[in-house]
Design a protein around this ligand. Structure first.
Ligand code: DX5
Ligand code: ZN
Length: 229
C-alpha cells in the first residue's frame, strides 16, 4: 500500500498534469505548484493507443524523490499490463487504464495485487455502459473530456451527461469511487464539471502554461468551489 494520502472518496482534488510542465525541469515545476496540489497527474502515452509519446517508469522514479504527493498515473497504453509492476515499483500510487484496451478484469486484479489504487478511464465517445460493470471494483473513474493524446484541447461538454449518471450511480450504490475529468479543465469548465459530479480535476495547460502556475492552481480550486450541483 502507498503511504501517500489519496484523500477521501468524493473530496475535491486538484491534479496538475505534468504533460504541460517544463520537461527539462520537472522537479521544479512540481515543487512550484505543490502547495495547491492534491495529486500529481502523470500522463503516460505509448505512441500506439494515442498518437503521442511521453514518459515511462524511469521518470516516475526520478520525480518520486522530489515529491511526496499522490502520483496518479494515467496509462494511455495499448498494453498497460506489461508495465503496471514497473510503475508500482517506480512509486506510482494509483494507475488508470483505459477500458477501450480490453482485459479490464485482469488489469483490475493486477493493480490490486500490486497495491495500487485502481482507476479505469473512458474516452469521450465510450458509453458509460462499458465501465459500469466494474464500478464496484475500482477506486477512480476517469471520464475523458478530450480525446487523449495532447494537452491544450477544448473541453467536450457532452461528457457531463456521463459524469452526472456516474455520480448518481455512486450515490445509489454507495460506491467508494472518485470521478475524475481530464482535458480542457480551466476556471470556466471546472465548476461545470464539479457541478455535474466530478471531484478530481486534472489540469495541464490551465496550470503549467500560465505565467504563475501556483496562482493558476489556486484560482482553479477557487473556481471549482463555486460549483452548484
Ligand atoms: C490528455 C491528457 C491530459 C492532458 C490535459 O491526453 O490525458 O492529462 O494533459 O491537458 P489540458 O489540461 O491542457 O487539457
Ligand atoms: Zn491524463
Amino acid at each position: 500500500m502507498s503511504e501517500r494520502d489519496a484523500g477521501l472518496y468524493g473530496e475535491l482534488r486538484i491534479a496538475p498534469s505534468m504533460l504541460s510542465a517544463d520537461f527539462s525541469d520537472l522537479a521544479t515545476s512540481v515543487a512550484v505548484v505543490d502547495a495547491e496540489t492534491d495529486w500529481l497527474h502523470v500522463d503516460v502515452m505509448d505512441g500506439h493507443f494515442v498518437p503521442n509519446l511521453t514518459i515511462g517508469p524511469g521518470v516516475v522514479t526520478a520525480l518520486r524523490a522530489h515529491s511526496s504527493r499522490y502520483f496518479d498515473c494515467h496509462l494511455m497504453m495499448t498494453d498497460p499490463g506489461k508495465y503496471l509492476e514497473a510503475f508500482a515499483r517506480a512509486g506510482a500510487d494509483g494507475c488508470t487504464v483505459h477500458v477501450e484496451v480490453g482485459g479490464t478484469d485482469e488489469l483490475i486484479s493486477q493493480m490490486r495485487d500490486l497495491g495500487l489504487r485502481v482507476g479505469l478511464a473512458a474516452n469521450p465517445d465510450t458509453p458509460l455502459s462499458a465501465v459500469e460493470p466494474f464500478l464496484d471494483r475500482i477506486d477512480l473513474l476517469l471520464l475523458m473530456t478530450v480525446f487523449p493524446g495532447f494537452g491544450g484541447q477544448s473541453f467536450i461538454a457532452d461528457v457531463m451527461d456521463k459524469v452526472r449518471v456516474a455520480r448518481q450511480l455512486v450515490a445509489e450504490r454507495s460506491l467508494s469511487l472518485d470521478i475524475e475529468v481530464d482535458g480542457g479543465i480551466d476556471e470556466t469548465t471546472a465548476p461545470i464539471a464539479v457541478g455535474a459530479g466530478a471531484n478530481v480535476l486534472v489540469a495541464g495547460s490551465a496550470i503549467f502554461a500560465r505565467p504563475e502556475p501556483l496562482a493558476a492552481a489556486r484560482a482553479l480550486r477557487a473556481a471549482a468551489s463555486t460549483a452548484v450541483a
